[in-house]
Design a protein around this ligand. Sequence first.
Ligand SMILES: Cc1cc2nc3c(=O)[nH]c(=O)nc-3n(C[C@H](O)[C@H](O)[C@H](O)COP(=O)(O)OP(=O)(O)OC[C@H]3O[C@@H](n4cnc5c(N)ncnc54)[C@H](O)[C@@H]3O)c2cc1C
Length: 479
Amino acid sequence: MAATLVLFHTNLRVGDNPALTAAAELGPVVPVYILDETFGRPLGGASRWWLHRSLQSLANSLKGLGAPLVLRMGDMLDTVKNIVDETGATRVFLQHGYDPTVQRGETALHDWGAKSDVEIKRFAGQVLFPPEQIRTQQDKPYTVFSPFWRTCLKQAAFAPLVRCDTITPVAKQPSSLELDALNLLPNGFDWTQSLAEAFTPGEAQALDTLDAYLDEGLKSYKEMRDHPGHAPGTSKLSAHLRFGEISPRTIWHRTQDAIARAPELARDGEWFLRELGWRDFSYHLLHHFPSLPEKPLRPAFNDFPWTDGPSAELEAWQKGLTGFPIVDAGMRQLWQTGWMHNRVRMIVASFLVKELLIHWREGEAWFWDTLVDADPASNTASWQWAAGCGADAAPYFRIFNPVLQGEKFDGDGAYVTRFVPELKNLPQKYLHKPWEAPTAVLEEAGLKLGEDYPHPIVDRKHARTRALAAFQSIKAEKP
Ligand SMILES: Cc1cc2nc3c(=O)[nH]c(=O)nc-3n(C[C@H](O)[C@H](O)[C@H](O)COP(=O)(O)OP(=O)(O)OC[C@H]3O[C@@H](n4cnc5c(N)ncnc54)[C@H](O)[C@@H]3O)c2cc1C
């Protein structure tokens, strides 16, 4: 019986994986992961660590079902051709992706399949609502979230989840690289230990994380999702979703089940699913505006007077040494754990682009390298949103005040003192503005500003005036 090659890329799971289930029903399956740095954006360091662990977990699951995972490196199309030749497979099944480079790769596969009599079939699964399916009444893509989500909700009738209980392997297995040969882990100094303390990649952990969150966290999602210092706050599912260890449909169904069991969860559950909607919205934007990673959605921002190139201020931001405690706590959380709380992502992004006037692409690139959930759609869409040049973006005059944001969302300083421990003896009143503490208070707290913790790197009043002038110098047009 002819075999089917199943390509894994951003669907590193065996549960609710329509491509895998369909292939397993047809006969023998060759599960394959190909590391091709041109099929999707080349991964940053933290994502490479996650991918290594995730592939380990996927390989174990597939082995348990009956077929080993084949690992290869190199050009996607050439490698697929080789494996098809080696196994005599007549079909290639994969999950449809929306990253522009992935779409180019899929088209190349499709064209080759049509010429070579190999069936190439793409399955939905990366998002809840495929971008091509959601259109405005004028048959255009959406650029504002709320109407986008209202339209999505009208189409929210999902088929039941699919499962795969057993896989028939091919008689002659193609060769596979060892996982270490993909070179995903850092050479030399291993900085990934703290990531491993914060997260466990893999499908089993993704499902456990979701279930634990639905049991413990969902009931206070709306109220606590903006408070970074107090667990569980948000679900921390983002990296699991990014690598497709869990399908968004699984989250949708299990959340609806939780609401059906406990109707008092309805308000928080709907809010939680709405956030998942922002992920879909990001993919909607990336699909319809494929230049999103490089170019501002609002053309007026092409002329925005960003400050040039790498600078001491950019470095201070990256290292969490700006002198603004909530910004520094966020940047250190990112460095230590590979993740940052959403509220704090908004604060640090606003600080970079508005207070320091540093190009959003510098921030986006740093996040891309350091986040375990670095996502080609959500990261670029969110950075453009923060800079004011994206869809549904914050108005230019909305400049997050890091002191007020800190006091509002981390009033007791639980978050700031966890990641900026040098401030832990300061009275709460000064935790988000240590420069205002009288000398005696600083002495009592054993804190020397400028030595133990930096003075603020910008004068906020001046920075705000400069930002407003810069934003007024361009005409903000709709995309
Ligand atoms: C500047 C900036 C950069 C960002 N970069 C990324 C990124 O690279 N990857 C990424 O997944 N998210 C990104 N986000 C969105 C958001 O911060 C994270 O998705 C969220 O913090 C993940 O935590 P969670 O899983 O606990 O979220 P929860 O609140 O539990 O939400 C559940 C899921 O919904 C999705 N989600 C929630 N909020 C958003 C949002 N605003 N935009 C898109 N999806 C959302 C995520 O997949 C998340 O896992 C960024 C936000 C900002 C402001």
